[in-house]
Design a protein around this ligand. Structure first.
Ligand code: ZN
Length: 333
């Protein structure tokens, strides 16, 4: 599969009558495409996929979910947002390699991080070599697997919420005020809930809802430990809403999980969005979307339009300024 083929699968939904809109932009200026099904009044659910480059099969899973729920009478009393592919630049690097990039500085930057290997199929980060699901401002930099220099995975960024894709997701979430969020990842057939800083009452609520997801999918429900800076963590810590990470696909399958596994994954997950909405409605009195502006969340949004050319210029000045000793002890760079 090429990146264009992946993107076409999302765009195809428009021809089927679904309205597509932008949840934001990537570092290279790609649109982060989203859609909505159901009603705009009442509790909302937000489901996002593809924040890790090589996990792009989750974007296709969300395409199938949205297709199934379009004009579906069972979506009532609220609505569901789908953000198909939060990390489009990373997905393109994973699927197409780096030849599509015109900027030699960027290419060399990515190639060094990939140990000179031109096979980027295991790539997880965005084009800045930041692992987006560690970059959110929620106990940032305290995860067990975190690394602190640019790398194809696990690099938390130079500061929290530094990445355009992360800011896009944050701003979209603040605008749409979901009562519950689900992040689709691969792999392991497991559901993560909760976060260290969460209060006991909310942990009990999230466990209760999570058990219903577990029963529906057959995936075990596990409390999150030693993981920080993820979108789920941010939703729980800053917004105090229930948020889950679904790791789909058999643990024994290699990354990236091939599209031949999509039917099995879809079958196990196809009713998750409706159950999520039902739970959001059922628990609405126990879900209080905290106004994060009251908590001084760092959401500085850069207003300048970014594209590959401006990115190339920026990365050049950034790399010229980069302190080499900061990263010299880290073998990933
Ligand atoms: Zn992931």
């Amino acid at each position: 599969m090429t990146y264009q083929e992946l993107e076409n699968q999302i765009i195809q939904l428009q021809e089927e009558g679904l309205e597509l809109f932008n949840a934001g932009k990537s570092v290279l200026g790609k649109n982060i495409l989203a859609t909505h099904v159901g009603e705009y009044s009442g509790p909302q659910v937000l489901i996002q996929g593809g924040i890790h480059a090589r996990e792009y099969i989750t974007a296709l899973l969300l395409v199938e979910m949205a297709r199934n729920l379009h004009n579906n009478d069972s979506v009532k009393g609220g609505g569901i947002y789908f953000i198909f592919l939060t990390n489009p630049d990373g997905a393109q690097i994973c699927l197409d390699g780096i030849d599509f990039l015109n900027c030699d500085i960027t290419k060399n930057y990515l190639l060094s991080a990939n140990n000179g290997n031109t096979d980027f199929s295991q790539y997880k980060a965005n084009v800045n070599l930041v692992d987006l699901n560690t970059n959110f401002d929620a106990d940032w930099g305290k995860g067990r697997q975190n690394v602190f220099c640019p790398a194809t995975e696990d690099f938390v960024g130079f500061y929290p919420n530094s990445e355009r894709e992360v800011l896009s997701l944050i701003n979209f979430t603040l605008q749409t005020k979901p009562s519950l969020t689900i992040s689709y990842h691969t792999k392991g057939n497991i559901i993560y809930y909760g976060f260290d800083n969460e209060n006991e009452k909310n942990i009990a609520r999230d466990q209760n809802i999570g058990e219903s997801f577990s029963e529906l999918t057959g995936y075990p429900l596990v409390f999150t430990e030693n993981s920080t800076g993820g979108y789920k963590d941010w939703c729980i810590e800053k917004l105090t809403i229930p948020a889950y990470t679904f790791e789909v696909g058999d643990e024994n399958l290699p990354h990236p999980i091939g599209i031949e596994s999509l039917p099995e994954i879809y079958n196990r997950n196809k009713d998750v969005p409706l159950l999520a909405l039902q739970k959001a409605i059922e628990f609405s009195k126990d879900i209080d979307f905290t106004n994060p502006f009251m908590q001084n969340i760092n959401i500085g949004v850069k207003k300048n339009e970014s594209n590959e050319e401006s990115y190339c210029a920026r990365i050049f000045s950034k790399l010229s300024r980069r302190s080499t000793d900061r990263c010299s002890n880290n073998k990933r760079w």
